[in-house]
Every structure is written in C-alpha cells, then in structure tokens.
Design a protein around this ligand. Structure first.
Ligand SMILES: [Zn+2]
Length: 147
C-alpha cells in the first residue's frame, strides 16, 4: 500500500470501514451496502433511499451513523467508500439466502436471519474476514484523499 496521507488515524479509519463493508458483503447484506453507497457515493438523501429500498428512514440513518462512527468524518467516509466499493462488490458472499434460510457457504450451517448469519461469520470465520479485509486493503493503491 502506498498511502499519500500516512497517519495512524487515517489508516485505522480505512481499516475499520473496509472491515465493516467486507462483513456486510460476506454476509450477503446487499441492502446495507446499497444504502451506504447511495448516501456516501451518489449523495442520495436518506428519505429517497428509504423509499427506493423500502428500508425505514430510521434504519437508513442508523447505517449512515455506523459508517460515520468508523471515520468520525462524513467526507472522509465518502472518499474511502468511493474507492473501495467496486472492490467490495468483487468479493464472493459467504452467506446466501435460500428460500427463507441464510446458508453459510464456508461450513454449510443455516440460519434463520441475516443478523444471526452475520454474527456467525464474526464468531466462526474471523480468519476468512481478516484475509478478505487484507486483500481489499492491498488492492488500494493510494488513499482516496489523493484524488
Ligand atoms: Zn459458517
């Protein structure tokens, strides 16, 4: 990684945000990813996003808040997400929805909800998560701030 702006704070923010997005992608949680992308990359308002994806405004704001907590800066979050989003979409999800079940492709267990599947990934497949986060970070050639 060759960072234009080297700083522990910036690096921590990038890692935390990439990890958040990687887990959502691995868990097959496309709605959170799309909400985050539309707000931070496309500049769509929370109410339009809420209407488009039929997610409550409360949840949309919750996702946005969780992203901002990672960077403590909305502008920085946008810069990072713009750069990493295409890489995130290249990751193979580890959980797929089959009828009403969420199946973990890494160990074949199935779960009742998206939330339990995601918690399962965090608990049982940390190695897979870290490996994927590392791969995304290595693909970032330079910090988004340099654009
Ligand atoms: Zn599993």
């Amino acid at each position: 990684m060759s960072y234009y702006l080297v700083g522990e704070y910036l690096e921590d923010a990038v890692v935390a945000l990439v990890r958040f997005l990687v887990i959502k992608r691995l868990a097959g949680n496309s709605s959170t990813l799309m909400v985050v992308k539309e707000y931070f990359v496309d500049g769509v308002s929370p109410s339009s996003i809420s209407y488009k994806y039929r997610v409550s405004k409360f949840r949309v704001r919750g996702y946005i808040q969780r992203v901002i907590e990672k960077t403590r800066n909305s502008y920085l979050a946008s810069l990072i997400i713009k750069q990493v989003f295409p890489l995130i979409l290249e990751i193979e999800p580890a959980v797929i929805k089959v009828n009403e079940k969420y199946v973990c492709l890494l160990c074949d267990q199935s779960f009742e909800s998206e939330v339990t599947a995601e918690n399962h990934l965090r608990r049982k497949h940390e190695e897979h998560i870290s490996k994927t986060v590392k791969e995304v970070l290595e693909s970032i050639k330079e910090l988004p701030a340099s654009k």
